[in-house]
Design a protein around this ligand. Structure first.
Ligand code: ADP
Length: 501
């Protein structure tokens, strides 16, 4: 007998004491709590006080008869199961009782086993009803927990200071928070539900969000950040991430919008400041450099070796400062988009030959070979800013010369990649360790080891090269192995092929 059944109370209602006592004995042994009533009136009184689950009800009693008691129980205690006790002669009444909602019946006189079976069946039904009720309550609680969780997440998303936009796999907006609407200048009462283009003003960003929603990006790392200029005074950074289901299927995307206007303004102020200071320093430094050159010239044959060494070093340092200032000014011009503003058709092969010729004496000075290779056939026509091209390849070839030992080999190989031009600057010099490779395009980053320590530089050459290529739609990559050499590969966007070279 389970714990549940121990709590079940059975009320035996019969005017025959023997039946009451006998039933109590039989059912008591099964673990039921048995109560007795000798009449219908007494039974109703007990039901008012006690929580009874099963009533064994004799139909034929003096005073209030069984059918009357049954109908009162049905009216007031719907959950109670009533088992009617009938005599042989009262089968019709038993049938009537069943019609009026009795659960079962048992005929008098009955065997103990008959009683056990019938009451056990009723108690089993009660147990199942209780369990069902409990399950239902559990389900309701789980649902209400889920509701609480949902509303908690909703509140968090609503109160985030960053804009949040969620799409489904079709690219329709399913959720946007107040911060997003405010950043975009949308009506606070605007509802989601429409395609992304109805809420985002930028076509390229819509495309990115659409592709992310449709599962183009499996790897989060591949999704580019997107800078959105809403006006000259408002910049946002948008980051999209796919929402994946249990089976890694794409259900949509979440896009986060951060206001980066302040950062942008500070960045611009910083660039303006650097440009201004550099500009102010350049003329006096150039004058000092020229004057040092004159003094050094005059010292020849007259000054001591010590004086000459000090002045040469001062002149060398001044030259370094002037080149740093030149690089800083170049960078700020790239940032302001002033370089590459006036692209023109260029004879790339001629220009590259000129750059190589100009740098050849430097390579010769270190006993290095410097060779230039072109593909057979015409090169695509390039439309670019020639000064930018000169800066890109001047920097790369100078680096190859600087970071390659005496007697090394430097090669510049030009070939075609579709309609684009690919230029490789190859050296068999010091090479760059993996840990530095990603960083060498950052401003002021220089590798300092045994071999490079004494080579002067600003750490601004490669950032300038990358900045220029970015602004002209080009691309740069590097492969390198320490002790073996480096290959810098530049891709320049080309146009229709020119008529021969
Ligand atoms: P700088 O040459 O003025 O130091 P760059 O930005 O041009 O600055 O280069 C950054 C760093 O990258 C250099 O300091 C150097 O360590 C490394 N580097 C660049 N080109 C090469 C190369 N061809 N071989 C080996 N190291 C190089």
């Amino acid at each position: 007998m389970t714990n549940d059944l121990e709590a079940i109370r059975v009320l035996v209602v019969d005017d025959e004491q023997d039946i009451r006592v006998g039933s109590e004995r039989i059912l008591g042994r099964l673990g039921f709590i048995v109560l007795q009533a000798g009449s219908g009136e007494e039974a109703l009184k007990i039901l008012q006080k006690d929580r009874v689950s099963i009533v064994l009800l004799d139909l034929k009693m003096p005073g209030m008869d069984g059918l009357e008691v049954l109908s009162r129980i049905r009216e007031s205690y719907n959950a109670i199961l009533v088992i009617v006790i009938t005599g042989y002669a009262t089968v019709e009444i038993a049938t009537e009782a069943m019609k009026q909602g009795a659960y079962d019946f048992i005929s008098k006189p009955f065997e103990p086993d008959q009683l056990r079976i019938i009451v056990n069946r009723a108690s089993e039904k009660i147990r199942l009803t209780r369990e069902t009720k409990k399950l239902e309550e559990d389900r309701k609680r789980t649902l209400s927990d889920l509701d609480t969780e949902k509303s908690r997440i909703h509140t968090i998303v609503e109160s985030l200071p960053d804009g949040v936009l969620v799409t489904n796999a079709k690219g329709q907006v399913v959720l946007m928070n107040p911060a997003f609407k405010q950043l975009m200048g949308l009506d606070p009462d605007l509802n989601p539900g429409n395609p992304i283009g109805d809420y985002l003003p930028d076509k390229d960003l819509c495309k990115l969000v659409m592709e992310t929603s449709q599962g183009k990006y499996v790897d989060y790392e591949d999704i580019p950040d997107y800078e959105l200029a809403l006006s000259a005074q408002k910049y946002l950074l948008a980051r999209a991430k796919p929402v994946l289901g249990e089976k890694k299927e794409c259900l949509g995307a979440v896009v986060n919008f951060v206001d980066i206007t302040t950062m942008k303004v500070l960045d611009r102020l910083k660039s303006e400041f650097v440009a201004k200071v550099s500009h102010e320093l350049r003329s006096p430094l150039s004058t000092i450099h020229e004057q040092l050159a004159v003094v050094l010239q005059e010292l020849i044959g007259e000054g001591s070796a010590q004086e000459q060494r000090i002045l040469s070093r001062a002149k060398e340092k001044t030259r370094g400062l002037i080149s740093l200032i030149g690089d800083l000014l170049d960078l700020s011009r790239i940032e302001e988009g002033l370089i590459c503003r006036a692209p023109e058709p260029v004879r790339f092969d001629e220009q590259l030959k000129n750059i190589v010729d100009f740098l050849k004496p430097q390579a010769d000075g270190k006993g290095q070979s410097l060779n230039l290779e072109f593909p057979k056939g015409p090169l695509p026509l390039l439309t670019a800013d020639p000064i930018a091209l000169e800066s890109i390849f001047g920097n790369l070839i100078t680096n190859a010369i600087n970071y390659t030992q005496e007697g090394g080999e430097i090669k510049i190989v030009v070939d075609l990649a579709g309609i684009n031009l690919r230029v490789k600057v190859i050296d068999n010099g010091f090479g760059i360790a993996d840990k530095h490779l990603e960083k060498i395009f950052e401003r002021f980053y220089r590798v300092k080891d045994e071999k490079t320590r004494f080579i002067t530089g600003t750490g601004l050459g490669l950032p300038i090269v990358k900045g220029l290529l970015d602004s002209m739609g080009g691309f740069i990559s590097v492969e390198s192995a320490p002790g073996k050499g480096s290959v810098f590969t530049v891709l320049l966007p080309g146009e229709i092929p020119a008529e021969g070279r």
